[in-house]
Design a protein around this ligand. Structure first.
Ligand code: NAI
Ligand code: SOE
Length: 389
């Protein structure tokens, strides 16, 4: 069986998730498309890299990501760093002929995403952007129902991504609150996941009309390091300015004629990873809530008036990815499984010489939607979303 050497750059939250996925993917998907070998991990210092290698099962470690990209032994470069490094690493990796998976958002702006897209197209390497929530089996089942026409022509999409991990003003000024590193706030960090789901289920965006707010303008300084996602609180020390959004809401006109809305906040007390969507069609409706991610609720207009209502489907072996996951519905799909499925689909594309979605083209299109949302919020007007060139 083919083995592919992975060079993972960044050993924080996503370094952990991706390492777990590489170890577990062949345990679920067998025969595996290829065996991921955890070859080299890069971190910000030699000490962090050595610790990450030990923890996540990598053979080698380094504090120089360029040495990973340039290493002829590496087949796959996995970018799990804060957002400002995605473009530089991805472009260097493409030029070195490596297959690339990059965490989301692909880039801080559409212009940056275009450079990355152009680089992978020129290099002809397999590329993927890690919008993993569309690989939740219930979300893939919603896609199957929509493609089958089970709810008819799509009329509307309502999506949310609501969190509260940074709702406290004492949650520190990590990289996620710095525009130079993150690009944007709730928009790039979490709304993009729902934008990806909306594109997956409904199709391309025609135009947007958005509002963005920053509720907490200053936070306790955090000089560097992994984002502890609100689990560590700053004290009475110095504070720095937040220059990204805490909340974004946008109305959407889809190119296919549907209308919709997406809202995302990191200040929604009581909401944790509240990714939801509701899709209404001419023949029925579909409802999903990630906090109950084994379930998909569907209502079909063809049901008689006396029994019409939402029914709950628990995803299992009969559903997308199900035969390779757990043998009984509702044993439980977790965040980890979405990353394992993502790794499977990425490695399948490499092994078979095909492409995979969402790829850098999808990440670039999402970045153009982000740009349009920012422009709309600034100008208080509808803004057309261009297609990728
Ligand atoms: P994190 O802050 O937990 O970890 C980032 C790691 O990168 C840190 O350990 C840091 O030391 C390391 N790093 C910084 N500079 C580096 C360099 N020059 N070389 C090597 N390593 C370096 O961040 P997290 O949460 O893992 O986020 C990473 C990326 O993943 C971001 O783009 C984020 O948007 C994305 N993300 C995606 C998620 C998803 O559900 N798909 C979930 C969480 C994050
Ligand atoms: C923080 O908002 C975060 O870790 C995001 O960066 C991820 O993309 C999301 O999946 C979970 O929350």
């Amino acid at each position: 069986m083919k083995q592919l050497n992975v060079g993972l750059i960044g050993g924080g939250f996503m370094g952990k998730a991706h390492s777990l996925a590489y170890a577990a993917m062949p345990m679920f998907f067998w025969p595996a498309p290829a065996i991921p070998v955890r070859h080299t991990i890069a971190e910000a210092s030699d000490e962090l890299a050595a610790e990450a290698a030990l923890r996540f099962g990598f053979q080698r470690s380094t504090s120089d990501w360029r040495s990973v990209v340039e290493d002829p032994a590496i087949d796959v470069v996995d970018i799990a760093t804060p957002n400002h490094l995605h473009a530089e690493i991805a472009i260097a990796a493409a030029q070195a002929g490596k297959h690339i998976i990059s965490e989301k958002p692909l880039a801080r702006t559409g212009a940056e995403a275009k450079e990355m897209y152009d680089a992978v197209v020129a290099a002809g390497v397999v590329n993927m952007v890690a919008f993993n929530y569309r690989r939740t089996p219930a979300v893939a089942l919603a896609k199957k129902f929509i493609d089958e026409g089970a709810i008819g022509r799509i009329l509307s999409f309502r999506g949310t991504y609501l969190q509260d991990w940074s709702a406290s003003p004492d949650s520190p000024l990590s990289w996620r609150f710095q525009k130079a590193i993150a690009g944007s706030g709730a928009l790039g960090d979490i709304a993009t996941h729902v934008i990806d789901i909306a594109r997956y289920l409904v199709g391309e965006f025609d135009s947007v009309n958005a509002m963005m707010s920053t509720w907490i303008p200053e936070r306790p300084l955090q000089s560097s390091g992994a984002d502890a996602l609100g689990t560590v609180r700053g004290g009475d020390g110095p504070r720095g300015a937040v220059d990204v959004d805490d909340q974004v809401m946008t109305m959407i006109r889809f190119a296919g004629g549907a209308i919709g809305s997406i809202e995302a906040t990191r200040n929604g007390y009581g909401r944790n990873n509240f990714i939801t969507f509701e899709v209404h069609g001419t023949e029925g409706s579909i409802v999903f809530n990630y906090e109950r991610r084994d379930e998909l609720q569907v209502c079909f207009a063809s049901d008689g008036d006396d029994r019409r209502g939402f029914r709950t489907i628990y995803t299992g072996p009969a559903h997308p990815y199900g035969k390779d996951l757990w043998p009984i519905p509702a044993l439980g799909i977790g965040y980890g499984e979405t990353k394992i499925i993502e790794a499977h689909d990425f490695f399948t594309a490499i092994a078979e010489g095909t492409s995979v979605s969402p790829n850098f083209g999808d990440g670039y299109q999402t970045a153009l939607i982000d740009d349009a949302i920012v422009e709309s919020a600034e100008t208080d007007a509808w803004v057309d979303v261009p297609g990728i060139d």
